[in-house]
Design a protein around this ligand. Structure first.
Ligand SMILES: Cc1cc2nc3c(=O)[nH]c(=O)nc-3n(C[C@H](O)[C@H](O)[C@H](O)COP(=O)(O)OP(=O)(O)OC[C@H]3O[C@@H](n4cnc5c(N)ncnc54)[C@H](O)[C@@H]3O)c2cc1C
Length: 393
């Protein structure tokens, strides 16, 4: 990406974040979905940052997009999660694995905000192991009919189209391998529900949906039949990088808030920042920030190199591993940074009125979604030990 275009993108992201902040804070306190996340993103043309310009996006490479997501992450994990759903795991698999017709039908409209996207892999009984999914498809004339339930889906209650994964209904069909589909959510055969019982991310939509003989045109199969698992894994590399970048933003915001509070809050006759035990919290946050910054940047560079050489298995494997490390490290560092920040804020920290308390509530999920801590550790360890040591099949 040319530097002037990257600078313009990051300037637009900055303006977006500044305009969004007061609205986001109010919505958070009222525990309601923030519609301005989308409407302001439309205004600043941020709904398809890595989508090529000719398809309506901003043409950002993985490095520029990660920096944008880190800035957005400072506004809250809920805001950043919307972008992950719309772009990192929504638009990305369509761009990467879709054909020209699918690009034309979904990417420009999603960049304009006319189509909100989501990624539907997880089911009530299939999380860390998506191969245990039970959603199915069967062919009926000029369409597929999809059945099944997808659970805990970011943007799942607001999406116009979802990238969905399902097995052939026929036990012998396509060797019983998963396929991917772009599923339009219109119609009463697709029933979505918002999930409200969550201890954070109140301003973002998390949903579930049920498909009952839901019709999907044949031309909406994404990639080749039976290739769904590969597509899902490829999308998750993109999604994990977005989580890691967002967590870096959370740490940066915790640091800024903590420095400001430690300079101005007085106890025992001096600013609390002069107490050495408070300084220890600040040093811990900064170490997490510096480590996350380095790993996210390295992972983004590896992802950019892989995106620029599609089909290169070595570059893909390097990106996959660099992203897993960045995701694991940054999501844990962000959780710890929020905890340190809350401690420095004292009683005020344990409150939704302050940014650090909101980060603590929201960022915990980053150690769970897009691959849990445990799954990231297994990926990292087995890549070092060798394939024979993979902990699961
Ligand atoms: C807010 C939110 C948004 C989400 N958004 C999306 C989305 O947009 N799209 C989507 O498809 N999914 C989404 N998810 C789902 C998310 O990816 C899953 O929750 C996650 O992958 C874990 O699956 P699970 O919840 O079923 O837990 P499980 O897989 O049941 O895991 C439970 C525990 O067992 C551990 N475990 C499982 N297998 C192993 C193993 N082999 N070795 C060691 N430990 C193991 C896990 O690490 C975890 O600690 C979202 C989840 C949340 C909470």
């Amino acid at each position: 990406m040319k530097s002037d275009m990257r600078d313009k993108l990051l300037a637009d992201v900055e303006a977006y974040c500044q305009e969004l902040r007061p609205i986001e804070e109010l919505c958070y306190l009222e525990h309601r979905y923030n519609e301005a996340t989308v409407s302001l993103a439309k205004k600043y043309n941020l709904l398809g940052m890595p989508v090529p310009i000719e398809l309506g996006g901003r043409g950002a490479d993985a490095v520029a997009y990660s920096r944008a997501l880190a800035r957005i992450g400072r506004e809250g994990t809920g805001v950043r999660t919307f972008f992950s759903g719309q772009t990192s795991i929504g638009q990305y698999p369509i761009l990467r694995y879709g054909n020209a017709d699918q690009h034309k039908r979904y990417l420009p409209a999603s960049c304009r905000g006319e189509k909100i996207l989501a990624f539907g892999l997880t089911e009530p009984d299939a999380g860390s192991n998506p191969l245990e999914a039970t959603s199915t498809y069967r062919r009926a004339g000029d369409k597929f009919l999809l059945n099944g339930v997808k659970y805990l889906i970011s943007n799942g209650g607001i999406a116009d189209a979802v990238v969905v994964f399902a097995y052939p209904e026929d036990p012998m069909g396509a060797e019983r391998r998963m396929s991917a589909f772009i599923v339009d959510t219109a119609g009463d055969t697709f029933e979505a529900e918002d999930l409200h019982a969550k201890p954070g991310m109140f301003t973002a939509n998390t949903g579930m949906f049920q498909m009952t003989d839901h019709p999907v045109p044949l031309e909406n199969m994404l990639g080749e039949e039976g290739n769904g698992f590969r597509i899902a894994m490829g999308a998750l590399v993109s999604g994990r990088l977005s989580v890691a970048a967002g967590c870096l933003g959370v740490i940066e915001d915790c640091l800024e808030e903590t420095l400001s509070y430690a300079r101005t809050r007085h106890q025992h006759g001096k600013p609390i920042g002069k107490h050495q035990l408070v300084q220890a919290h600040i040093a811990e946050i900064e170490m997490g920030r510096a480590g996350s910054d380095a790993l996210v940047e390295r992972a983004a560079e590896a992802k950019a190199a892989s995106d620029a050489a599609l089909g290169d298995k070595k570059l893909y494997a390097e990106a996959d591993m660099a992203v897993a490390k960045a995701k694991f490290f940054a999501s844990n560092a962000a959780w710890q940074a929020a905890d340190h920040a809350v401690q420095v804020y004292g009683g005020r920290g344990w409150s939704e009125l302050y940014r650090v308390g909101r980060h603590l509530q929201d960022v915990r999920v980053c150690r769970i979604y897009e691959g849990t801590d445990e799954i990231m550790k297994l990926k990292i360890a087995s890549s070092l030990l060798g394939k024979d040591f993979a902990a699961f099949g």
